[in-house]
Ligand binder design. Structure first.
Ligand code: PAF
Length: 283
């Protein structure tokens, strides 16, 4: 495993590599979800770049940028352990030493995916997705991967990145990886550690509500009125930021012709917003 902390160092390293390159962008504070992305990337590519960068531009005012957990040394140990299962494959960690490595004063293209950035998460975090698409575009430009791996926990982010790749005509395949859950169903997330013990116990509401709605839908749009009625009832609890059923590909509210739907929910525990989602095929 090699660790690089400058853009110049990354570019120099990348210029020497011509093999199949996979890329896993992260903000660090790694858990098993991130490691599952690395595992798949190592299976499918010769060399894997893994970035760790807490991207300031995707945090809004008053959000958790300054308190976002930065645990580089622990992260490196986890990456090294996974990498050791794949001798012969190259693992290059890119952990920029300062934001200026990513955002020099000139020459950075701001990338935006206009149609999807204001809905769902975008209603609560209006500048978030511009920050995400801009940094991912910048990282793709530096790493030039054949494939890049994203967790489906941030489902809207995954759809937006896929749309960005089409819009900007980038030659990278976007691979979405299943959510990794705790034993009781809570989706793994770096933000789970913000929960108090009481909030952690209460957090099951997210997994259970999503599961119950999908069980009622049971792969059949004929059950949609019942499922929507249940969602409306659940949303009487003001701690839901949203609970929505959308087309999995377009995130459209109109699911009448959908082959697959996604239920997306965000529940607020104090100042911590937890996201979850589940997919269901329609027969
Ligand atoms: O999902 C994340 O961790 C971040 O949004 C990403 C894709 C690394 C961009 O900063």
């Amino acid at each position: 495993m090699k660790v690089i902390d400058s853009t110049a160092g990354l570019q120099q390293h990348r210029s020497l590599i011509s093999s199949r390159v996979g890329f896993v962008p992260t903000m660090g504070n790694l858990h098993l979800g991130h490691i599952s992305l690395l595992d798949r990337a190592l299976k499918e590519n010769d060399d894997v770049y893994f970035s760790i960068f807490v991207n300031p531009t995707q945090f809004g005012p008053g959000e958790d940028f300054s308190k976002y957990p930065r645990t580089l040394q622990d992260d490196l140990k986890l990456i090294e352990k996974k990498a050791s299962e794949y001798p012969g494959k190259g693992v290059i960690v890119f952990a920029p030493k300062s934001p200026e490595e990513i955002y020099p004063s000139t020459g950075i293209k701001t990338v935006t995916v206009p149609d999807l950035k204001h809905i769902l998460e975008g209603e609560f975090r209006p500048t978030h997705f511009d920050g995400v698409t801009t940094v991912v575009y910048r990282l793709f430009d530096l790493v030039r991967p054949l494939r890049s791996y994203f967790g489906l926990k941030d489902y809207q982010q995954y759809v937006i990145i896929k749309q960005m790749v089409q819009q900007e005509k980038l030659a990278v395949e976007i691979i979405g990886m299943p959510i990794i859950r705790e034993a009781d169903g809570l989706a793994m997330s770096s933000r789970n550690q913000y929960l108090t013990p009481d909030q952690r116990r209460a957090s099951l509401i997210l997994y259970q509500s999503l599961s119950t709605v999908l069980k009622l839908l049971n792969h059949d749009l004929g059950n949609l009125p019942k499922a929507r009625a249940l969602m409306k009832e659940l949303e009487n609890d003001p701690n839901w930021n949203y609970l929505e059923l959308r087309d999995s590909e377009t995130l459209s509210e109109d699911v009448s012709r959908s082959k697959q739907v996604t239920i997306l929910g965000v529940y607020q525990f104090g100042s911590t917003r937890l996201l979850d989602n589940m997919q269901m095929e329609i027969k």
